[in-house]
Write a protein that binds this ligand. Structure first.
Ligand SMILES: [Fe+2]
Length: 353
């Protein structure tokens, strides 16, 4: 791999000379690539009137600034590279174009950005519980609005996103009537959605959330590099089409709770329709086992600690209580559900195979 180089601040670089599209050679540096402004508000599921089916009461943030323009350029450099446009573009009923499944080799900056301790800390603080990345396959999942040139037009998008010039007129295209990503609940518990396009003249292009009273709430940052973080597994939402802009690109990374006592709601229902399945199944299984291992280690420690406490508390009682039956039962039920869900998702459950 090429040696990493320091990022050049976007303001000082010549956009016309910067034409390289491929794996970024820039090393992720939070001082250069993050420009975090905390969200003005965080909404809970209960205050939005949504059912408390998730693993926390966290629903969504208001949009907040996360990345700098220097970071956006590196993410776009990897996203719009010929290899990615050729191998990583998928289309499925819900979205005309998504780019996804980048390996660490194809998109080292993208992986470094979304897995960085700094980004994870920001998202954990917003949700109120510690987060970790849910599935490497989904790091940098990107929804791309298609213009009149369709998928072919993506290779012409600039590295540095600019607003449409004065007098620019919207051309009619085949995808005008479609949302960028139609109404859905995510397969992943928590997701961060970041705007990679210039929003100066953009109209629309929000992430919309459907509330139980039938109304919608539309959220969109004011700048490229702004985000929303949401518990999309339990909240219907859509990516709306944008107007008066040459493009609307949003990049997503899914997360799960890091603490082993908290359920992992991750499924791959949506991923199944837009993935290379062998790679997806392999990664999904690996993550399942990692989570189960973490839960086992946690329960082993809990039971060992409780046995020690019982001995200290009641040294002469041969039948002292040494475990919390409710906790053990709940964890065992959760693990069975967790593995059965995985087998169903991969078509291996009971008579499926
Ligand atoms: Fe979503």
């Amino acid at each position: 791999m090429a040696p990493s180089v320091e990022a050049e601040p976007v303001s000082s670089y010549d956009r016309n000379k910067d034409t390289y599209r491929g794996p970024s050679k820039v090393k992720f540096d939070p001082a250069i690539h993050l420009n975090y402004t905390p969200p003005e508000r965080v909404y809970s599921l209960s205050e939005l009137g949504l059912p408390l089916e998730g693993t926390s009461d966290f629903a969504t943030t208001e949009p907040f600034q996360l990345a700098t323009e220097a970071a956006i350029v590196e993410l776009r450099r990897e996203l719009l590279q010929p290899n990615t446009l050729k191998k990583r573009m998928h289309t499925w009923p819900r979205a005309p174009a998504s780019l996804r499944g980048f390996t660490k080799e194809e998109a080292p900056f993208t992986h470094a950005f979304w897995t960085s301790p700094e980004v994870i800390k920001i998202l954990s603080d917003a949700a109120g519980i510690e987060m970790e990345v849910a599935l490497p396959y989904e790091i940098g999942h990107t929804n791309v609005q298609l213009g009149p040139e369709g998928r072919e037009g993506l290779k012409n998008l600039p590295l540095y996103p600019v607003p449409v010039p004065p007098g620019w007129e919207e051309e009619k295209g085949d995808y005008d009537h479609l949302p960028v990503d139609n109404w859905h609940k995510d397969s992943f518990a928590y997701s961060c959605v970041m705007m990679l396009s210039n929003t100066e003249k953009m109209v629309g292009g929000e992430t919309a959330i459907q509330l139980p009273d039938g109304t919608t709430r539309k959220l969109r940052g004011t700048k490229m590099g702004s985000c929303i973080f949401l518990q999309g597994r339990h909240m219907p939402h859509a990516a709306l089409r944008a107007w008066n802009t040459g493009e609307r690109i949003t990049m997503v990374c899914p997360y799960r709770p890091a603490h082993p006592a908290i359920r992992d709601d991750t499924e791959i229902t949506n991923s199944l329709q837009q993935s290379y399945l062998n790679e997806l199944y392999g990664q999904f299984s690996l993550e399942r086992f990692k989570v189960i291992r973490k839960k086992c280690d946690y329960m082993i420690k809990r039971l060992e600690d409780q046995k020690r406490e019982a001995l200290e508390r009641e040294p002469d009682n041969y039948n002292a209580v040494i475990m919390d039956e409710k906790e053990v039962g709940n964890m065992m039920r959760e693990m069975v559900w967790y593995l059965e869900t995985a087998m169903k998702q991969m078509g291996m459950y009971k008579d499926d195979k």
